[in-house]
Design a protein around this ligand. Structure first.
Ligand SMILES: Cc1ncc(COP(=O)(O)O)c(C=O)c1O
Length: 442
């Protein structure tokens, strides 16, 4: 996998004995396929709000975990989980209220056209189900995705997740289009260019006798490099796919649940109503619950001809947890917080760009921010090594972020939604120091 922020096993010698022993134990028990973040991996034992703690009680500001979006170990969520687990946990083949109470509250967050919810345990399962439904709906198999996309771990989704690296072969029915990059081309051209690329991908599929089934994109283009602007740029490409007989699957696993500040969902920023929406990650604040939302006409043929049973998907404990998360997002106005603190972060980062030449571009919406690092602002040469140094320099000062994009040169900043103005101030001051250090070491 093109892993842009990873511990290198040959650096084990420089780590403290306790962490070295843990890593050796992991390798012995878990095998070779897992990766750790950071040159100096972070050993955590506890989380609270926007902070993680190591065994020595040191505090780390978490500016990366979009899963624990209502805060690590959030008491209301823990309580809802324990309360439901003490009474009943079963599956969707019995009549229970919990799933319906959640579905009612959750679907109210969507445009009225999107009115059926199915629940899974992971975002991968949600995307996998979306693909099955899209195939039945359209009679096609072709899928168009964005450059360096990531959509999940199953065989079907790994075939459409080029960010896993060249060793994972893309499917013959998959076409990759360039990311809608408003930094490397004028923003005004992004929407038309993306639509043209999708059109060309569809033509290429047809040439090989493959009928298109779907345009599948993460509406924040997180692994492509975080592309947010201009809002609305996605609409022409969706129109092209629909005209060709395919559906639009909005993968909201990363941007969803209020993170973008202006809207609850990334597709809404683009003024769209998708055919299928997939959700996950922050939905259970760490508990594995995910799902897909459908237009009724899109799921109709699938529902009539096939059945769906997911043993754990939609169980009462998961539904109680997801409902508690939704209630906290609403009660604490976390979407508004994402907008306010996100704006503070973006303004602060733009001020840092005026001081530090390494920053080529600052973009984002709410608390989903990408900072593109370049060696030369005119040539826009990716500063991949410097970005790794910044990520690790921040970690050394106990502030956690990561990097994204195929060249790993874009800082990915995506804190829990409970991130406060003081957290943002601490973040910006730390990044200022680290950038000064990185530039002087250059
Ligand atoms: C955009 C996107 N879609 C889908 C997934 C898969 O979700 P999960 O890891 O819950 O299977 C991810 C996970 O990182 C993701 O980022």
């Amino acid at each position: 996998m093109t892993m842009v922020n990873a511990y290198a096993p040959d650096a084990a010698g420089s780590l403290p004995e306790r962490e070295r022993a843990l890593i050796a134990r992991r390798e012995r028990l878990l095998g070779p396929a897992y990766r750790l973040f950071y040159a100096d991996p972070v050993h955590v034992v506890r989380g609270e709000g926007a902070y993680l703690y190591d065994p020595d009680g040191n505090r780390y500001l978490d500016a990366y975990n979009n899963v624990a979006s209502v805060g690590h170990s959030r008491p209301e969520v823990v309580e809802a989980m324990a309360k439901q687990a003490a009474v009943l946990n079963t599956h969707t083949r019995y009549l229970t209220d919990t799933i319906l109470d959640f579905a009612e509250a959750f679907l109210a967050e969507f445009p009225p056209e999107l009115s059926h919810l199915m629940l899974t345990c992971t975002g991968s399962e949600a995307n996998d189900l979306a693909l099955r439904v899209a195939r039945v709906r359209t009679g096609g198999t072709g899928v168009v995705i964005a450059h360096n996309a990531y959509h999940g771990v199953t065989s079907a989704l790994a075939e459409m997740s080029p960010s896993l690296g060249a060793a994972v072969k893309l499917g013959d029915h998959v076409r990759v289009v360039p990311a809608p990059d408003g930094y490397r081309r004028p923003e005004a051209e992004v929407g038309a260019a993306f639509a043209r690329d999708v059109e060309a991908a569809i033509a290429d599929l047809r040439e090989k006798g493959i009928r298109p089934a779907a345009l599948l994109v993460d509406t924040i283009f997180s692994s492509s490099g975080v592309f947010t602007d201009p809002a609305g740029f996605l609409a022409p490409a969706v129109e092209v796919m629909r005209k060709a007989g395919g559906v639009f699957i909005a993968d909201e696993v990363q941007p969803g649940f209020g993170r973008l500040g202006t809207h609850m969902w990334g597709f809404a920023r683009h003024g769209l109503v998708p055919d299928i929406v997939t959700v996950g990650k922050p939905m259970g604040n760490g508990h594995p619950v995910a799902g897909a939302v459908f237009r009724p006409e899109v799921i109709e043929a699938f529902g009539k001809s096939q059945r769906y049973f997911n043993t754990f998907g939609g169980n009462p404990v998961s539904c109680a947890v997801a409902h508690a998360v939704l209630k906290v997002i609403k009660a604490d106005r976390l979407q508004e917080n994402a907008l306010a603190v996100g704006n503070q972060m973006i303004e602060g980062l733009r001020a840092l760009a005026a001081k530090h030449a390494l920053i080529g571009d600052v973009r984002g919406s709410g608390l989903f921010i990408g900072v593109e690092m370049v060696r030369d602002r005119t040539l826009k040469t990716p500063a991949s090594e410097e970005t790794a140094r910044v990520v690790n320099g921040m970690r050394k000062r106990r502030v956690l972020i990561s990097a994204t994009g195929q060249e790993g040169h874009i800082l990915k900043i995506r804190p829990p939604l409970v991130f406060s103005p003081d957290d943002a101030t601490l973040f910006l001051a730390t990044l200022d120091e680290v950038l000064a250090e990185t530039t002087s070491a250059h």
